[in-house]
Design a protein around this ligand. Structure first.
Ligand code: NAP
Length: 237
């Protein structure tokens, strides 16, 4: 790979930024000189130099519109769709409410947030500027397992949205990257960071590193997909 491009001067919007992978992305990007517009439902008390934390519910169009307005005003050049929820149970236990919670957050949220910035990215392209979209899906965006019907359906769908947008965005120079982490030590699915079984899992900073890499490749390079696992997890493609 040729030289990487520094992130200073970049403006990146990150969803699901209050903890876990999203907060890790915020922290790494600001440490590398980017300005970050960071959104989640509960951002009380959050502050990092270089980051602006705003309330955001990706399932609500009005909330997405308000967040996107601030991002556009800040001159956002890249969006990281990271907000997501887990849900693991046998199929017969999946309720309509749970289906809607997971699909609304992981799929509709990605769609609404991206949709709110497409015109902005198109107008940047018309002015000769490039933009990037990075979707944090999962290693299970292309494989499934018992108990994973709902979550993996949402991640397969998020992958499909990502790939369709990559085709559409090609017309206006949008570089689209799917980041697919295996097991990451976060608050995911109601867990706590640092639980004994999670010690050897990926850390939020590992995923943040993948995002920073995709954002910092030279402008003629597009990173389509990054699949990464902790060494302790089975090899799975
Ligand atoms: N941990 C893993 O092993 C793993 C592996 C592969 C992929 N992933 C994916 O990585 C992403 C981040 O997960 P994580 O592990 O960092 O989980 P996490 O620690 O639970 O963090 C999830 C983040 O998403 C936010 N969020 C949830 N619903 C939201 C909504 N409706 N609107 C805006 N923000 C919302 C949460 O903040 P609020 O609750 O304050 O809104 C929080 O900041 C998810 O898409 C997940 O599917 C995780």
């Amino acid at each position: 790979m040729t030289t990487s491009v520094p992130l200073s001067g970049r403006v990146v919007a990150v969803t699901g930024a209050s903890k876990g992978i999203g907060l890790g992305i915020v922290e790494l990007l600001v440490s590398q000189g980017a300005r970050v517009i960071a959104g989640a439902r509960d951002v009380d008390g959050l502050a990092r130099d270089g980051a602006e934390f705003l309330p955001l519910d990706v399932t609500r169009e009005d909330s997405v519109a308000a967040f996107a307005q601030v991002a556009r005003s800040a001159g956002v050049d890249s969006l990281v769709n990271n907000a997501g929820v887990g849900s693991f149970m046998p199929l017969q236990q999946i309720s309509v409410e749970e289906y809607r919670r997971v699909m609304d957050t992981n799929v509709l949220g990605t769609l609404l947030m991206t949709k709110a910035l497409v015109a902005h990215f198109q107008s940047r392209h018309a002015q000769g500027q490039v933009s990037q979209l990075i979707n944090i899906t999962s290693d299970v965006s292309a494989r499934t397992f018992a108990g994973g019907a709902l979550y993996t359906a949402s991640k397969y769908a998020q992958r499909a949205v990502t790939q369709a947008l990559a085709h559409e965005g090609h017309a206006y120079g949008l570089r689209v990257t799917e980041v697919r982490p295996g097991m990451v030590d976060t608050y995911f699915n109601g867990s706590e960071p640092g639980e004994p079984q999670k010690v050897a899992w990926l850390k939020p900073a590992d995923i943040a590193g993948a995002v920073a890499y995709a954002l910092s490749v030279p402008q003629h390079v597009r990173v389509d997909e990054i699949l990464l696992h902790p060494v302790v997890q089975d090899v799975a493609f």
